[in-house]
Design a protein around this ligand. Structure first.
Ligand code: BDR
Ligand code: CA
Length: 314
């Protein structure tokens, strides 16, 4: 099987970091063309540094890391230190990574890479605000011909919002970008809170990862430990939802997930519900289907996949 060409666009973030680790553990299946970073959980200077740190920890030296947008398309940046800590990746000791920054123009990297690629050949994986992807589409709409699929973390329907009563963080921070991505005309797979809230990093699951006792597993367990403390209190659940790795898990084992083709329209205007994803789950409008809205996941299977892949770093 040829490896699937992938660009990961992220804002690490502990869960983005684990998504990177899962992708780094699957180089036999994923051809990682690059990692692009965006301001989101923390400002851009930290998200690009954090992505480079994850390359160092995983011993990955051949995947370029680019820095992208420092601000959403139209709004002022809102960050999430209250959840992710000041560094964005609290739970690991921060260091200055050896992995260099390949450029500070992630949008041009995305545009150039897609223009050079064949039709339907590259999968985009946004796990933060979708500013870089939307800016690339705006700059050069012809890139869409090379997009095979966009597998994103964002949105919420049944679960309600996690950052406002009606909006999920990634969409809330840059709703204009999310609207461009959902309406871009290419296949979109959306991992919203409805599904990510099912993959809880319980103590037992984190302990199994910790027991792998390799550098990536230790970093993962450290970060999930931090995440766990905050979200367990917030949701009263058994562990924190591991949002972003759902995207990479889907690329590796799509059968773990179930979804339904729907129309997803993003609210960009209303101050009350800005960033809300109106998911037409029961097809009550004639708006065209633009996304595969994921609603169920085999959570044990997800953690088996994650733990098994992280064991590879031993
Ligand atoms: C999303 O927001 C961020 O806090 C996480 O990294 C994830 O991408 C969940 O709403
Ligand atoms: Ca994220």
């Amino acid at each position: 099987m040829p490896r699937r060409k992938v660009i990961i666009d992220c804002d690490p973030g502990q869960d983005d970091a684990v998504a990177l680790f899962l992708a780094f553990a699957a180089r036999d299946e994923l051809d990682l063309l690059g990692v692009t970073t965006v301001a989101g959980n923390v400002p851009l200077a930290l998200t690009q540094r954090n992505a480079r740190m994850m390359c160092d920890i995983a011993g990955v030296a051949d995947v370029p890391v680019h820095a992208g947008a420092a601000e959403p398309l139209e709004l002022r940046l809102e960050t999430a230190e209250a959840i992710h800590g000041k560094t964005g990746i609290d739970g690991v000791d921060v260091f200055e990574p050896r992995t260099p920054l390949a450029s500070d123009d992630a949008v041009s990297f995305i545009v150039d890479t897609l223009l050079r690629s064949g039709p339907d050949s590259v999968t985009l994986v946004p796990t933060g605000p979708m500013t870089n992807i939307a800016a690339a589409i705006r700059q050069e709409p012809a890139i869409l011909g090379s997009v095979r699929e966009i597998v994103l973390m964002g949105g919420a329907m049944r679960e309600g919002g996690n950052r406002s009563p009606s909006a999920e963080f990634n969409v809330l921070v840059d709703p204009h970008a999310a609207a461009i991505v959902f309406d871009c005309g290419r296949p979109v797979v959306a991992m919203g809170l409805d599904v990510t809230h099912q993959v809880l990093s319980t103590r037992e699951r984190v302990a199994r990862i910790q027991a792998l006792d390799n550098p990536v597993a230790r970093a993962t367990a450290g970060m999930l430990g931090f995440f766990h403390r905050h979200d367990t209190e917030k949701y009263g659940s058994e562990g924190a939802p591991l949002h972003d790795p759902c995207t990479i898990a889907y690329l590796l084992a799509p059968g773990l997930f179930e979804g339904k083709l729907c129309n997803v329209t993003v609210e960009t205007g209303s101050p009350l519900t800005r960033g809300h994803t109106a998911v037409d789950f029961w097809h009550v409008t004639d708006r065209p289907h633009n996304a595969l809205w994921m609603h169920s996941v085999d959570a044990d299977g997800f953690y088996e996949l994650l733990t098994g892949r992280l064991a590879r770093f031993g």
